[in-house]
Write a protein that binds this ligand. Structure first.
Ligand code: ATP
Ligand code: MG
Length: 283
């Protein structure tokens, strides 16, 4: 198999989760902070550590075959790349925010105002879609202080918890786009064997993250109700216990309906419920 290159963020909010995902795929590599390239010893892959802003273009131009980067950065750079997989981390929202004391009431009130942002292309498109003429002031960082300095009437920036907005006397005004980390590839390489093999590993790690392995004990007479509650991959595994009228049930539960299921199982007489993380699910 020929070797691939994947670009991930060198340091910052996506670095740790990107490295963790690749390691969970069974890839062995050194994650030196000082080196910008690292070879995977047990898979034909090289890892490039880059500024996140550079990743979409590197992938579009084929300098890297694959990349992990925020959707916000992909949209801002307006590149033509292939979306292979949404990764479920780095979730955030690009929002317009205004000072607490602002007189702006609705989006159309932005007409003729100035908005500071590090995302001029995304903002330009959003304003055009909403038929608003406003001045975009592009700044590369510390966007939140710009209204306080009299440089703008609003900002457009990444928000996750809203803590930074609050501490700068700002409040959310409109959602522009939601974002998460995405695995992208250069167009046309999705069908290559080595890409498919890596994708299979990544998907099995992501699938395992959504599910938990559950073992519980139940009286044999209550088993039908318990089995009914559990969809299982095929059906749950039922194992006899030393105590004759008791059995152990092994199954897999989706993280999203975990608590609802667990409470129903308890109500149906399940005891000694043990929940374990799953490392990989191979489909
Ligand atoms: P670089 O030095 O690589 O240019 P950066 O400073 O531009 O990094 P980070 O702050 O590390 O970027 O954020 C990287 C990405 O993480 C963002 O583009 C976004 O997709 C996502 N992100 C940003 N802020 C948050 C947040 N508060 N919570 C979750 N994800 C976020
Ligand atoms: Mg950046």
């Amino acid at each position: 198999m020929s070797s691939l290159k994947i670009a991930i963020q060198k340091s910052g909010r996506l670095n740790e989760k990107s490295v963790e995902l690749l390691k969970n795929c069974g890839l062995t590599f050194e994650n030196y902070k000082s080196s910008l390239i690292s070879s995977v010893s047990n898979f034909p892959l090289e890892i490039l550590f880059l500024r996140d802003d550079d990743i979409p273009e590197y992938v579009q131009d084929g300098i890297a075959d694959l990349g992990i980067v925020g959707e916000n950065v992909i949209n801002e750079t307006e590149v033509n790349v292939h979306y292979l997989q949404r990764l479920g981390f780095g979730k955030c929202t690009l929002k317009i925010a205004i000072p607490n004391e602002s007189d702006l009431k609705q989006i159309s009130d932005l007409e003729g105002r100035a908005i500071a942002t590090s995302y001029p292309n995304i903002l330009k498109k959003y304003l055009a879609d909403n038929q608003i003429n406003a001045t975009i002031r592009t700044i590369s960082g510390s966007v939140e202080i710009s209204p306080g300095l009299g440089l703008s009437d609003a900002i457009c920036d990444i928000v996750s918890t809203g803590g930074t907005l609050k501490s700068n006397g700002l409040k959310p005004f409109a959602d522009v786009m939601s974002s998460e980390a995405i695995l992208i590839s250069k167009n046309g390489i999705e069908q290559e064997e080595v890409v498919k093999e890596l994708m299979q590993r990544i998907q099995s790690v992501l699938k395992a993250k959504e599910t938990k392995y559950v073992v519980l004990n139940v009286k044999r007479e209550n088993l039908p109700i318990i089995v009914n509650l559990l969809p299982g991959v095929k059906s749950p595994t039922v194992v006899p216990l030393a105590e004759e009228d008791w059995v152990a049930v092994h199954t897999v539960i989706q993280e999203r309906d975990f608590w609802e299921k667990i409470n129903k199982l308890k109500a149906a007489g399940a005891q000694g419920i043990v929940v374990m993380p799953i490392e990989k699910i191979i489909m």
